[in-house]
Design a protein around this ligand. Structure first.
Ligand code: PLP
Length: 365
């Protein structure tokens, strides 16, 4: 069986180091807000070339904290609009609505799966305060035209980098391109811990200061609270795991890229539409488009290949967002019926990739 994603196998490669790191944390007797989190934050700052990195509980919290801090700064108020792509994971929208802001779901480009600046500009109104650029499947959504839009309309540019840690825009790293970025270290993400974990990065000192407080009950001094904050901190043990895995991030990135390019070079079945050969993508997911998606999924499963769908139902069609059911996003809706994610990871073997390719090329519907 070729698993869609084998997280156990990925972590098994570093098992000794991970166990060593855990043991040190256990023995230290210090489990929250300590030197391991500081060390990991500092390595992310260096890697992404940003001024501030603040660990938090998970990627959803990272997004929520950014929006909440902007509200505290007076940059946005309840009811203001935030632009998000219609085909993202639900967390992007939840962060907006949990903050009593209004998501404006935008259609995406069929070829890239990403938002396009022209389409975004059409959706900007006097109530728009921010654009959340989701680097979906590992591909960087940012381009300089988004920055120009943000300047023109005085908007905040937020990156949802949950799926793209390690991705690049030219020489710049994703997570350093907008005003603030949210990262997720969920176990299957490009940099995954062994539980939940997240981070905010930014060059904005005021924003960073506020977010740091908000992660820790809104408190700058123990038992004195400046804001009605949260408890959303990155644990010492997760930070220690992340520091181990950070050493291999580039190696893993390169391997996933090799797998992606192998698929792109050798899948020749005309029924399958392949993603573009993107040198900057973190290749978190390898998503193809195919008319008879369920048939291909079933065929691959019958031949021992695991696949997934990211995501089968757009957010505006989810029950949780039934008040957005009137929204029409033709490309997002079409994509949700055609997409299929093939296995890609730093531990899938070349033979396994060749087997997937052979099966797909032999597929006759
Ligand atoms: C695009 C996107 N944003 C946000 C999140 C939320 O991250 P987490 O699961 O760490 O809360 C995820 C992943 O789950 C995601 O894929």
């Amino acid at each position: 069986m070729i698993k869609f994603y084998d997280v156990k196998k990925i972590n098994a490669r570093y098992a000794d180091q991970l166990k060593g790191a855990a043991e040190k944390v256990i023995d230290s007797g210090w489990y929250i807000n300590g030197s391991r989190v500081e060390k990991f934050e500092s390595s992310v700052k260096t890697y992404l070339r940003v001024d501030h990195a603040i660990g938090c509980g998970n990627g959803l919290d990272a997004l929520k904290l950014i929006l909440r801090a902007y509200k505290e700064m007076g940059v946005m108020r309840e009811g203001d609009q935030v632009i998000v792509p219609g085909n993202t994971f639900i967390a992007t929208a939840l962060a907006v609505t949990h903050n009593h802001l209004r998501p404006v779901f935008v259609d995406v480009n069929y070829d890239t799966f990403l938002m396009d600046p022209d389409e975004v500009e059409k959706c900007i109104t006097p109530s728009t305060r921010a654009i959340i650029l989701v680097h979906l499947y590992g591909s960087v959504c940012y381009d300089d035209r988004f920055k120009k839009l943000a300047e023109k309309y005085n908007l905040v540019l937020i990156e949802d980098n949950a799926q793209a840690f390690g991705a690049k825009y030219g020489e710049r790293m994703s997570g350093s391109l907008g005003d603030a970025a949210a990262h997720s270290f969920y176990p299957t993400k490009p940099l995954g811990c062994l539980g939940d974990g997240g981070m905010v990065t930014t060059n904005n000192t005021t924003l960073a200061f506020l977010i740091r407080l908000l992660t820790n009950y809104g408190s700058s001094r123990k038992y004195y609270h400046d804001f009605r904050g949260y408890n959303s901190r990155l644990d010492e043990i997760q930070a220690a795991f992340l520091s181990v895995k950070m050493r291999y991030i580039y190696e893993e990135f390169q391997y996933r890229q090799t797998v992606a390019f192998h698929y792109i070079r050798e899948i020749t079945n005309p029924k399958i539409l392949l993603p573009k050969r993107d040198v900057g993508s973190a290749w978190h997911l390898f998503v193809v488009k195919v008319d008879k998606r369920w048939e291909l999924k079933k065929y691959l499963e019958e031949h021992g290949v695991g696949t997934m769908i990211h995501y089968p139902l757009p957010i505006h069609k989810q029950e949780a967002y039934e008040d957005f059911d009137w929204v029409s996003l033709p490309t997002v809706e079409r994509l949700s019926n055609e997409i299929l994610s093939l296995p890609i990871s730093s531990v899938i073997t070349e033979d396994e990739v060749s087997r997937v390719i052979k099966l797909i090329n032999e597929w006759k519907e």
